[in-house]
Design a binder for this molecule. Structure first.
Ligand SMILES: *[C@@H]1O[C@H](CO)[C@@H](O)[C@H](O)[C@H]1NC(C)=O
Ligand SMILES: *[C@@H]1O[C@H](CO)[C@@H](O)[C@H](O)[C@H]1NC(C)=O
Ligand SMILES: *[C@@H]1O[C@H](CO)[C@@H](O)[C@H](O)[C@H]1NC(C)=O
Ligand SMILES: *[C@@H]1O[C@H](CO)[C@@H](O)[C@H](O)[C@H]1NC(C)=O
Length: 619
């Protein structure tokens, strides 16, 4: 592997799709969360309190316009469904025809006739499962307002199933949705506040440009996907309210729902406020929320669209899928798996592994396996790194297709939020407690420094044990162009950059032997003695000292060659590139200045929602 010539050490690329999912992570996470009374943030926070007999309210929201026959078919299919013995309400919203601006529509008589036929249909329609309500508009509001104004939940126990008039539902649709609500909303171990609903349409569309094809393993019935469905969408109350409020703010401040790299942004630029999905998609992206989807063989679904001529289709396109009939599947196929067995996909249809939270030395190994790419793992320390700087780093990682990293931070809501969005984290405090030999004294600032260094040293230990090369980098450092690389030298196993806190250990039997057999047991002592002498002690300084003591040759990286310190003044964008592949700055640099410098370099990637400006899919 190591030739006589100097070779480049290019680093790591990653498509999450190849990763394995360790479902037991969820259960171990749950145990920790429940057994620790001081644990005030929980991934399953805000569980809706149990409702006796699952006595929730279910409202059908039918959005109609002027398509009489479509609506008739839609209502017939809704009435033919099995509602068990539940009460289900029907709300029909009939949009008005356009007056053409001055009150006199063209073909007014014909349009009035159409409207009256629509009203006759709805009035004459017998709905025996609950209340029927008809909302007949006075003017044309379009699809956006039809959707957004259809619902303001009256409690956390009210659900809306939104159906456009050219849809047809399976007789089994309600049984399925009810079961889904009971199993995933009212079951505490499956509930997640970041799931916003369920789409019954057959998944077909991937909005991220150059995203993956939708491919699921045989036998996958239910999975999670970020994209909203408009052909039969169940909405959960809290998340819908959140969206409505978010929409208000953005409308009021004239912030457009632009999200680069998304096909739907192109739709918005063309159709503007005639459609609503670009708004919802932008909201979901910034919050990192997910939607349930189903997958049945032979292009079947619980809800199909006949794609009749209207706002979305110039002329009738015909049904998108085949409807699941009453007897077309045995009830076993609707079985609800525990949430921890389900797969999650983002807007690129890239698999996401949420909630990888490492709290102990032993939990690190399996996560390393899910993360490594080309047997390399990057550990990013978030100590003294601002939240927005961390978010910007993650956007840059996405852009550069770097996925083989693990974040190290202290227990905090931010850290858990990153984990549930699919970025693996090590919780420093818990991790340290699992290394039982060391005492943790949170009051003593020296001890805190020691602890931080110990965590990193043990992370490297586990990484080398698994035979991976490991980087330890600071969150106040950004790769540009591609991940930082430097010329690897066959003589050296260890590389250190003292001004940027850059550390690299190349996987080799010698590196492993030194670290595990000779170095790790001395780390605590060494750190303590340096701190007692009031010497500055950073991870790389101490490791360099220790390795030198053991007679190990280390390679010093000159950061002025491989990177640029943006703290020393304005940097020209053109000065980056070639060998200069990183920018870094000190933890003391002010946020405004960091942002300014990174903007100048074109690597500030956050928008006004403080989320990534773009979705970047990689094949
Ligand atoms: C169900 O809830 C409604 C209002 O939320 C209440 O009026 C009704 O009595 C409840 N039924 C049962 C069986 O608890
Ligand atoms: C306004 O009214 C006139 C008739 O009074 C009609 O011809 C025209 O189409 C209407 N619409 C618009 C947008 O001008
Ligand atoms: C899934 O099923 C299809 C056809 O039903 C088959 O061609 C394919 O090989 C199966 N894939 C797996 C992974 O079993
Ligand atoms: C809640 O869900 C879990 C996992 O799916 C399951 O094992 C458990 O039986 C469910 N609890 C109830 C009360 O249904």
């Amino acid at each position: 592997m190591v030739g006589p010539k100097r070779q480049l050490l290019p680093l790591l690329l990653l498509s999450l799709s190849a990763l394995f999912f360790y479902s037991y992570y969820h259960s171990s996470l749950t145990l920790h969360a429940d057994s620790n009374p001081n644990f005030n943030f929980n991934l399953r926070s805000q569980i809706p309190s149990h409702h006796p007999n699952f006595n929730f309210t279910f409202i059908l929201k039918v959005l109609a316009f002027n398509r009489h026959d479509s609506l008739a078919r839609c209502l017939r299919s809704l009435a033919a469904a099995d509602y068990l013995s539940d009460r289900v309400h029907l709300h029909v919203y009939i949009d008005h025809f356009d007056h053409g601006g001055n009150g006199s529509a063209t073909n007014a008589d014909q349009k009035l006739d159409e409207s009256h036929r629509m009203l006759e249909l709805v009035d004459g329609f017998d709905w025996k499962f609950g209340e029927k309500l008809v909302h007949y508009r006075t003017r044309n509001v379009g699809l956006q307002a039809q959707w957004l104004e259809a619902w303001w939940p009256s409690s956390d126990h009210e659900f809306a199933f939104v159906v456009e008039d050219d849809l047809e539902v399976s007789p089994l649709y309600y049984k399925f949705l009810r079961s889904l609500i009971v199993n995933y909303y009212y079951n505490a171990s499956n509930y997640r506040p970041y799931i916003y609903g369920a789409s019954l349409q057959r998944p077909r569309f991937v909005p991220g440009k150059h995203g993956n094809k939708i491919q699921l393993e045989n036998g996958t019935r239910i999975f999670l996907y970020q994209l909203v469905g408009t052909w039969g969408q169940l909405l959960f109350p809290k998340q819908w309210k959140e969206f409505r409020l978010w929409y208000d703010i953005h409308k009021a401040k004239e912030i457009k729902p632009f999200l680069e790299g998304m096909v739907t942004t192109g739709w918005y630029k063309k159709l503007g406020e005639r459609i609503w999905t670009p708004w919802f998609i932008k909201f979901i992206h910034s919050r990192g929320y997910f939607n349930f989807y189903t997958s049945f063989s032979h292009e079947r679904a619980l809800s199909i669209s006949h794609r009749d001529a209207g706002v979305n289709y110039g002329k009738t396109a015909g049904p998108d899928s085949h409807l699941l009939g009453k007897n077309s599947l045995d009830y076993g196929s609707l079985e609800m798996q525990p949430l921890s067995n389900l797969k999650w996909y983002d807007f690129c249809f890239r698999e996401i592994l949420p909630e990888r939270v490492v709290r102990s030395f032993d939990e690190l190994g399996p996560v390393l396996k899910t993360v490594q790419k080309q047997e390399t793992v990057i550990f990013v320390s978030l100590y003294e790194v601002l939240e927005m700087v961390t978010k910007n780093l993650l956007c840059n990682f996405e852009r550069l297709n770097i996925g083989n990293f693990i974040l190290i931070g202290t227990e905090s809501e931010i850290l858990f939020d990153l984990a549930r969005r699919g970025h693996p984290v090590i919780v420093e405090d818990n991790f340290l407690k699992s290394l039982r030999t060391y005492k943790v004294d949170q009051q003593d600032s020296n001890a805190q420094l020691t602890n931080r260094i110990l965590v990193k040293a043990h992370v490297v230990k586990k990484c080398l044990e698994y035979g991976y090369s490991c980087w330890v980098v600071d969150g106040n450092m950004l790769p540009v162009g591609s991940y930082p690389y430097f010329k690897s030298d066959p003589i050296y196993d260890y590389y250190i950059g003292k001004s940027s806190e850059l550390f690299f250990a190349k996987s080799s039997s010698s590196a492993k032997k030194i670290w595990i057999d000779r170095l790790i047991s001395n780390v605590a002592e060494m750190v303590d003695s340096l701190l007692n002498q009031k010497k500055s002690a950073s991870f790389v300084h101490i490791m360099a000292k220790l390795l030198e003591q053991k007679g190990v040759m280390i390679k010093s990286i000159d950061e002025t060659i491989v990177g640029v310190n943006i703290g020393s003044g304005k940097v020209k964008q053109s000065s980056l590139g070639g060998e200069q592949n990183i920018v870094f700055w000190s933890g003391e640099m002010g946020f405004d200045l960091i942002q300014k410098r990174l903007e100048e370099l074109g690597i500030w990637m956050l928008d006004k929602d403080l989320s990534c400006k773009a979705v970047v899919c990689h094949q």
